[in-house]
Design a protein around this ligand. Structure first.
Ligand SMILES: N[C@@H](CCC(=O)N[C@@H](CS)C(=O)NCC(=O)O)C(=O)O
Length: 211
């Protein structure tokens, strides 16, 4: 089994933090996104989507999505249960994961991919044709970013973690989205949002945050 990983990028980071929380060691191959190593034939054979992360199992099966990879390892190693142990926890974590993906992570992706020259006329995935950048989506991403940060701050005012009192995959996904937004120079969501800043500091203090 090999995990194809990449530095600084958010989706691979989700998997690294998840694996660190579980204490799972996997053989890793680091692919350099900055030099476009993921666009070269060698890697494209491994993942035609030309994206990281991808987990290649011993039978050659490739799981080419960060959440799919985390679910795979959660099924193999259920403790600690990062996707929930009770039906209520499982439902709440999934609900928040989808909101974080659609309302926050996509806000950064919209803003970043429609603004950064490296993504001009680039396909979102290796299996798509090139798609032009749409400047208006930069602003839309910014609006979504700030709006969801307000929602999350209000929500975290009443509890210690995103999906309740226990740390979960929802915290990992939101934490990585927050840092990705900050790294791509969106407004820092901690500014003026006390509960979100408290929560972010608590997640950043976990050893897994530097995985
Ligand atoms: N849905 C996929 C998205 C993977 C993805 O977008 N990976 C980015 C890094 S965060 C990537 O490989 N980008 C390379 C590119 O678009 O050129 C996942 O969650 O793993």
């Amino acid at each position: 089994m090999k995990l194809y990983d990449a530095a600084w990028a958010p989706s691979p980071r989700r998997v690294r933090i998840f694996l660190a929380e579980k204490g799972i060691a996997v053989e890793r191959v680091t692919v350099d996104l900055r030099t476009g190593e993921h666009l070269r034939p060698d890697f494209v054979r491994t993942n035609p989507q030309r994206q990281l992360p991808v987990l290649v199992l011993d039978d050659g099966t490739a799981i080419d999505d960060s959440m799919g990879i985390c679910r795979y390892f959660e099924a193999l190693h259920p403790d600690p249960p990062l996707f929930g142990a009770t039906p209520k926890e499982i439902g709440l974590i999934e609900a928040w994961l989808r909101r974080i993906e659609h309302d926050w992570f996509q806000a950064v992706a919209l803003n970043f991919r429609n603004r950064v020259p490296a993504f001009a006329d680039r396909a979102v995935s290796g299996e798509w044709p090139p798609i032009p950048q749409i400047p208006a989506l930069v602003e839309r991403g910014l609006c979504m970013w700030n709006a969801f940060a307000d929602v999350l701050d209000r929500h975290l005012a009443g509890q210690s973690h995103v999906a309740g009192e226990a740390f979960s995959m929802a915290d990992i996904a939101a934490f990585v989205a927050a840092d990705f937004g900050i790294a791509t120079r969106l407004p820092d969501p901690r500014d003026g949002r006390e509960a979100l800043a408290r929560w972010h500091a608590a997640i950043a203090a976990r050893p897994s945050a530097s995985a």
